[in-house]
Design a protein around this ligand. Structure first.
Ligand code: BTN
Length: 267
């Protein structure tokens, strides 16, 4: 796979900075976590649109303290600094926005088999191919910055996954049999992030709700929401303006899902 590595500071800068939204590119062959580096850069004053890209991560972070497997040469690990003028409670909607952008990217390669799973996964044929981790710093009721971290499984083979992940994880290559140019993928990814971020800034989540729902296909479906040691099942009745899922529990009562893992159970 080594001959496919096309990430250098120069190739990434030249390619990504064709898009004026990308303010700066910080490339590393290996880091602990691109989110951590981006967070430190943002604390030091980095601008909106600065991105951190790594060929490999040694401590890739997932949601709920999980590890994001990040081997070199085959996938995308990147974090973007955003400075939207929004309230902290609105920040989780950035995760849903990024899910739509990644779903659109994947749909260009893998039509019909792409879905989003609330709140932060993008799946191919029901298996996870992308995870999104947003981290925020806020003060005085306003967001200072958001780190939008995205891990996309592009050219990884089944045997390269940790055995514990093999059944649930996949990549573009596994699903299509093709090898993808990572430079092309990351530049299209950020074009789509910019497009959907602008929609989000103009309209909030309502402007992307229909598109998100189109990929999620959960309206009217039975779901199980798992949070820590607890779970709840019910039928999805909608997704609110703030991106929380509305569901009717088995007891008939309405609930709002604000955290946890959502599993589709069917009708
Ligand atoms: C998840 O599904 O739990 C979220 C995974 C997020 C992984 C990406 S890889 C780039 C960025 N840096 C990290 O340490 N995590 C995110």
């Amino acid at each position: 796979m080594a001959d496919l590595i096309d990430f250098t500071q120069e190739t990434l800068s030249v390619r990504l900075k064709r898009n004026p939204f990308i303010a700066e590119v910080h490339y590393f062959e290996a880091v602990g976590s691109t989110n951590t580096i981006a967070y430190q850069l943002a604390l030091a004053g980095a601008r909106e649109g600065e991105v951190v890209v790594a060929d490999a991560q040694t401590k890739g972070k997932g949601r709920l303290d999980r590890v994001w497997q990040s081997p070199p040469g085959i996938n995308l690990y990147t974090s973007m600094i955003l400075r939207p003028r929004i309230e902290p409670a609105t920040a989780p909607q950035i995760t849903l926005m990024a899910g739509v952008a990644v779903a659109e990217l994947f749909s260009g390669c893998c039509t019909g088999s792409v879905s989003v799973k609330w709140p932060n996964d993008v799946l191919l044929k029901g298996r996870k191919a992308c995870g999104i981790l947003t981290e925020m710093k806020a003060s005085a009721g306003r967001v200072d910055f958001i780190i939008l971290g995205m891990g996309l499984n592009i050219n990884i083979n089944p045997e390269d996954f940790d055995p514990t992940l093999r059944a649930a994880a996949t990549s573009l290559k596994i699903e299509t049999g093709k090898v993808y140019d990572r430079l092309e993928m990351i530049s299209t990814l950020f074009d789509l992030i910019e497009k959907w971020y602008r929609v989000f800034l103009r309209t909030g989540f309502p402007g992307l709700r229909e598109t998100w729902l189109g990929y999620a296909d959960i309206l009217g479906k039975r779901i199980k929401v798992v949070y820590k040691d607890e779970f709840q099942t019910g039928i999805v009745t909608g997704i609110d303006d703030d991106g929380t899922i509305r569901m009717q529990g088995e007891d008939g009562a309405g609930h709002r899902v604000i955290a946890g893992d959502v599993h589709l159970l069917g009708r």
